[in-house]
Design a protein around this ligand. Structure first.
Ligand SMILES: [Zn+2]
Length: 444
């Protein structure tokens, strides 16, 4: 096998090639997305959920100058010379949606078609970059104007390149906050199960001990990580009583080195953690967000409240692809799903901060991202709180309060509209008919 460095260089070259090709197809490599023009746009919304108010607002005029919202008023007339977009009754206007847990470099790999492993072993980096670009476009089409994309799964720093291509206007896509390669320890991430004498690539960057893990954190931050992602649990199974057990990975001492380094550079740490020892180490080590949190016990919930830790539950992904019922994996899959429901309800009741996240990529990008809202509402969240979890609340997690997730003066003009009333029927969020990102209309 070539060295990891050689693989990364290879990925970088191929990614450039793909992006250059896309750019040429758009014509002479000219950015298409930004900056926004000086033209003033006014959007008239019959019904507006602005991301922060407790109720929907009616007959609202939103004035957009360049890429920002300039004013939001009840009634009123558009400024002279403004382009008016009328979004009539029957359509609900919202801030651009935010998914805080995605993988644009995953494609919901079907186990029957080689599953996860085949991507790292057989697909060229250019193929993966091209599909990531399609995933980004899919998200934007569905009204998701911001994603926190939580690792490339063996595609190196490919997310940084996709983000740059979007920001440069060469390909359409949401605002991306990227974590690059993510971190786990020896024995803590696939690929695994191969002949031990063969060195296979890993889906995350592997390190052991506080010194090595601090160095890895520095490398990822140097190379463009907006967040750091750590796998605090790995495999899971059920014990004799049928309860979920998760393999812990990093020690508290190891995690603290990562968190200390990231926080020192004013970056935050997202921790994949299911249950038990690994979950408690994640909290003791100072993770900013717990991803999945399948089995939060009372002590974990109390600690999350005390430390202000976020939960990104990703409910829907544990509903798909269950192994057959009477197999070990089948029992595990059902235990995950059942404990997750109880865990989410307990966290919600206790007042843990919850942000919308799906694990798209673990779910095929052909599925509606908004399916996740169904579970959140089914398990007790109000439709308005579910919408906020994907708008203003998610913006708080991302430390972008006031910039995204609200329709208010000073925010980026990320505005979407859906057919119907999502407060009455949360499924309306699957019918996105209008998307503006950064002051530019992408879908109308
Ligand atoms: Zn994930």
């Amino acid at each position: 096998m070539p060295s990891r460095k050689a693989i990364l260089v290879f990925i970088a070259i191929l990614s450039c090639a793909v992006l250059a090709t896309t750019a040429l197809a758009q014509g002479a490599g000219q950015p298409k997305g930004s900056p926004a023009t000086d033209k003033v746009i006014a959007v008239r919304a019959a019904i507006l959920i602005d991301g922060s108010a407790a109720q929907a607002r009616h007959n609202v005029l939103i004035v957009i100058k360049r890429n920002k919202i300039d004013s939001v008023t009840e009634g009123g007339n558009p400024p002279a010379g403004a382009t008016l977009i009328n979004l009539p009754a029957g359509v609900t206007v919202l801030p651009g949606l935010i998914d805080t847990h995605t993988h644009i470099f995953l494609q919901g790999e079907d186990p029957a078609e080689g599953g996860y492993d085949i991507q790292l072993l057989k697909h060229p980096s250019s193929y993966r970059a091209a599909r990531a670009a399609v995933a980004a476009r899919r998200a934007l089409e569905q009204g998701f104007t911001t994603l926190r994309d939580v690792e490339t799964e063996g595609a190196g720093y490919g997310d940084v390149g996709i983000k740059e291509a979007i920001n440069g206007g060469f390909i359409p896509g949401p605002r991306l906050l990227v974590v690059t390669r993510a971190i786990s320890v020896t024995g803590g991430y696939p690929l695994e199960g191969y002949n031990p004498d063969i060195v296979v690539p890993k889906g995350a960057q592997i390190g052991d001990g506080p010194v090595e893990l601090r160095k890895i954190t520095r490398q990822q931050l140097e190379n463009g990580a907006d967040w750091i992602k750590v796998y605090m649990t790995h495999r899971s199974w059920v014990d004799k009583e049928g309860h979920l057990v998760s393999q812990p990975t990093l020690t508290v001492e190891e995690l603290k080195a990562i968190v200390d380094e990231a926080h020192g550079q004013q970056k935050r740490v997202a921790c994949h953690a299911y249950s038990g020892i690994g979950l408690h180490r994640a909290l003791d080590g100072g993770c900013d967000s717990i991803e999945h949190g399948l089995s939060l016990d009372d002590a974990a919930i109390a600690q999350m409240l005390k430390q202000g830790t976020w939960l990104v539950p990703t409910l829907g992904v544990y509903r798909t692809d269950w192994a057959p019922e009477n197999t070990e994996d089948g029992k595990r899959d059902r235990a995950r799903f059942n404990e997750h429901e109880a865990s989410f309800k307990k966290a919600l009741k206790a007042g843990v901060k919850i942000a919308f996240g799906t694990d798209m990529g673990g779910i095929p990008w052909t599925e509606p991202i908004a399916n996740e809202f169904d579970y959140m509402v089914k398990y007790g969240m109000t439709p308005m709180d579910a919408i906020k979890s994907a708008t203003s609340t998610a913006a708080n997690l991302l430390e972008m309060k006031g910039d995204i997730g609200v329709i208010a003066p000073g925010a980026y003009a990320d505005i979407v509209a859906v057919q119907g009333d999502p407060l009455a029927n949360i499924d309306a969020l699957k019918n996105v008919s209008f998307v503006m990102k950064d002051g530019k209309v992408f879908k109308q």
